[in-house]
Design a protein around this ligand. Structure first.
Ligand SMILES: Cc1ncc(COP(=O)(O)O)c(C=O)c1O
Length: 377
C-alpha cells in the first residue's frame, strides 16, 4: 500500500526533539521556528508534559463521553481561568476544522439561520462547512459548495455594514481569524472586530473567533481577538492546545444553552487529550509563556523591521510574517537546508514564524543572524 500523495515533503526525517530544537536521522540539529505549523506551544518533549501524559496513559488513556471524565471539568476550569472567560462553557473535539464546524453549527442551532459571513484570505479547515468558509476554491469539493457563505473583503467596515444591511436576519454567524495565518499574517483591525461585535448584537448573529492558529497565548493575549476589547460569542481552538496531541475545543458564551446530542464526538475530550491540554496550560501559567511570547515577539519584530531587504514585517507576539520581494523567494529554502532553521510560509512570498512560546532571546538572535546570512544567498 502507498501513501496518498497529498503533501509536498521536505526530504528530512525528524527523530528527536527538545524545546525548540529538532534533530534529523543524520544527527543534524535544527532550530524549530515553525513548531509543526503552530502546534508546539510549550516546546517539544517538555518534561512536565511527557510525565503527565505518561502517568495518564498508565492509568486510563481513553474512555468515551458516555461516562464522567473529571479531567474535562478540571480542563474547563483551568481554561476559563487562563483565558479570562470563567463563565464560558467548553465543548471538546479533535481538530481545528472540527472546532469551526461545531461553532458554525452551534450558531445555526442558536438562531435558526443559514448564512455565514467569512473573509477573503480566510482559512478555517477542511471539513464541509469549514472548508466552504475558506477562501480557496481549489480545496472546496463540489459536494461542499454552498451559497450560504458570503465572502467579504478583510477589514472592510463598509462592506460588512452593507452585508448586514442586505442580509440582516438571515445571517447566522461571522467567522474571523484574529490574525489570518494561511492568508499571510494579516491582522484584523480593532475597529473591525468591534464592528463585528456591534452588528452581531444588533442582528442576533453569532461572532465566532477562529483562534486555532492565532490563539492559545501565541500573541501575548490568550485569544488575539481580545485586543479589540470585546468578547466573541464562540472561540475555536486547536493547534497549541495539546502541544502535538490532537485536541481541540470551542469556548461558548453563557447565552448558549446545550441540549443532549446537540454536538458530539467519539474521541473528543478523552483522558489523554485532557491530560495533554492540562499539561500545556500548567506550563503556560508556571513559566509565564504568554508574557514571554509578547516580549520575544516584540524583540523579533523590531529587529526584523531594521532589515532593509524585507518588504514588510507583520504580526504580533510569536505569530510573525516576513514579506519578501520576489527575488528573495529562496530564503525559506536556504534557511532550512543551509542554516538548518524550520520556518513556515504563506503564498506568495511570506515567511511565517510560529515557534514555541518559550523561545529564548538567544534563539531569537540565532534566527536573526542566520536570516541575514540566508538573505545573502
Ligand atoms: C485559522 C485556522 N483555522 C482552522 C484550521 C484547521 O485546523 P486543523 O488542521 O486542525 O483542522 C487551521 C489550520 O491551519 C487554521 O490555521
Amino acid at each position: 500500500m502507498n501513501l496518498f500523495d497529498v503533501y509536498p515533503l521536505n526530504d528530512i526525517e525528524i527523530v528527536k526533539a527538545s524545546g525548540s530544537a529538532v534533530w534529523d536521522a543524520n544527527g543534524q540539529e535544527y532550530l524549530d521556528l515553525y513548531g509543526g505549523h503552530a502546534v508546539i506551544s510549550i516546546g517539544h518533549t517538555h518534561p512536565h508534559y511527557v510525565k503527565r501524559l505518561t502517568d495518564q496513559l498508565n492509568k486510563v488513556g481513553f474512555y468515551s463521553n458516555s461516562v464522567k471524565i473529571p479531567l474535562q471539568v478540571e480542563l474547563a476550569e483551568k481554561l476559563g481561568k487562563v483565558s479570562g472567560k470563567t463563565d464560558f462553557q467548553l465543548f471538546l473535539c479533535n481538530s481545528g476544522a472540527e472546532a469551526n464546524e461545531n461553532a458554525l453549527k452551534l450558531a445555526s442551532f442558536y438562531n435558526g439561520r443559514k448564512k455565514v459571513i467569512a473573509f477573503k484570505g480566510a482559512f478555517h479547515g477542511r471539513t464541509s462547512l469549514a472548508v466552504s468558509a475558506t477562501d480557496n476554491p481549489k480545496i472546496i469539493a463540489p459536494v461542499n459548495s454552498t451559497d450560504n457563505i458570503i465572502f467579504l473583503p478583510f477589514n472592510d467596515e463598509d462592506a460588512l455594514k452593507q452585508a448586514f444591511g442586505f442580509y440582516g436576519e438571515e445571517i447566522s454567524s461571522v467567522i474571523i481569524e484574529g490574525i489570518q495565518g494561511v492568508g499571510g499574517i494579516k491582522e484584523a483591525s480593532v475597529s473591525f472586530l468591534q464592528l463585528i461585535r456591534t452588528l452581531c448584537d444588533q442582528y442576533n448573529a453569532v461572532y465566532i473567533a477562529d483562534s486555532v492558529q492565532c490563539g492559545y497565548g501565541r500573541t501575548g493575549l490568550f485569544y488575539s481577538h481580545d485586543y479589540a476589547g470585546v468578547n466573541a460569542d464562540v472561540y475555536t481552538m486547536a493547534k497549541g492546545m495539546g502541544n502535538g496531541f490532537p485536541v481541540a475545543g470551542i469556548s461558548i458564551a453563557p447565552k448558549f444553552t446545550a441540549w443532549h446530542s446537540m454536538l458530539g464526538t467519539t474521541f473528543g475530550g478523552n483522558h489523554l487529550a485532557c491530560a495533554a491540554a492540562l499539561a500545556v496550560l500548567e506550563v503556560m501559567e508556571e513559566d509565564q509563556l504568554m508574557e514571554n511570547a509578547a516580549k520575544i515577539g516584540d524583540y523579533l519584530i523590531n529587529e526584523l523591521k531594521k532589515i532593509e531587504e524585507i518588504r514588510e514585517v507583520r504580526g504580533r507576539g510569536l505569530m510573525i510574517g516576513i514579506e519578501l520581494p520576489e527575488e528573495l523567494s529562496q530564503v525559506k529554502k536556504n534557511l532550512l537546508f543551509k542554516q538548518f532553521i524550520f520556518t513556515g510560509e504563506a503564498k506568495p512570498n511570506v515567511i511565517r514564524l510560529l515557534p514555541a512560546l518559550n523561545l529564548t532571546k538567544a534563539q531569537a538572535d540565532q534566527f536573526l543572524e542566520n536570516f541575514k546570512i540566508a538573505i545573502k544567498g
